[in-house]
Ligand binder design. Structure first.
Ligand code: FPP
Length: 224
């Protein structure tokens, strides 16, 4: 059985879900947040140590302002409302991405990260204003500044995901098969699961089925 420590998720399909329900795209994002909560619970049940969620990409700034504002409001409320619950459940929160947000949001993020920094039960990484190509460029710049050799070890150790093992599983919901500039370096040997369901419809039972499939896979890492 394969060990499992890190699950990464591209939570796709919120907008389509909202429209399908004759509501708004933003209603889909709100419903998507409930799924986030259910999947955090599922990770705790399965003793998974790292969960990385793609919440907002560097390309998502191209969306209408109304949708961007709504997504950031959801995030702000999540940080305000959930902090006590994160502490209670010993969950560490980390933001990966370029932290160039409004000063209020920055304060909330820094506070949540610092209060939860020593928790070990589960680490939730929120990819926010995240783009993998930017991450790799930033990493190479960092390495050059530190006058280190450009090699695999130094790149891995200087990514935004430093000290986080590469994902064992990537899930993308929403019936789309692409990586959308997400963790391109880290996903080199990750097992990928593309799921038809839209993110708000994805549930714990779907998640557990994927884990069961993953556990029984033969992982070669290039060997035979
Ligand atoms: C992709 O679906 C989803 C996003 C860009 C946002 C994901 C955000 C959440 C699930 C809620 C916020 C989460 C936290 C933790 C605060 P899409 O809108 O591209 O869907 P579509 O393909 O149907 O348009």
């Amino acid at each position: 059985m394969n060990p499992l420590s890190h699950v990464a998720i591209i939570m796709d399909g919120n907008g389509r879900w909202g429209v399908k329900k004759r509501k708004s795209r933003n209603a889909g994002h709100k419903a998507g947040l409930h799924t986030v909560e259910k999947i955090i619970e599922a990770c705790l049940k399965k003793d998974i140590k790292f969960l990385t969620l793609y919440a907002f990409s560097t390309e998502n700034w191209k969306r209408p302002k109304k949708e961007i504002n709504y997504l950031f409001k959801l995030l702000e409320n999540f940080l305000k409302d959930e902090i006590k619950s994160l502490i209670k459940r010993k969950i560490k929160l980390k933001i990966i991405g370029k932290k160039s947000f409004s000063s209020d949001l920055n304060k909330l993020i820094l506070k949540a990260e610092s209060i939860t920094k020593d928790f070990k039960k589960l680490q939730v990484n929120l990819a926010l204003n995240y783009g993998s190509k930017n991450e790799i460029v930033d990493t190479v710049k960092k390495i050059k500044k530190k006058k280190l050799k450009i090699n695999i070890k130094n790149i891995s150790e200087n990514l935004y995901t430093q000290n986080i093992p590469d994902p064992d599983i990537l899930i993308r919901t929403g019936d789309t098969r692409r990586l959308s500039n997400f963790l391109l370096w880290q996903l080199a040997y990750t097992e990928i699961f593309f799921i038809k369901k839209l993110w708000p419809d994805f549930n714990q039972s779907d998640f557990f089925k994927i884990i069961k499939k993953y556990k029984n896979l033969k992982r070669n890492f290039g060997s035979i």
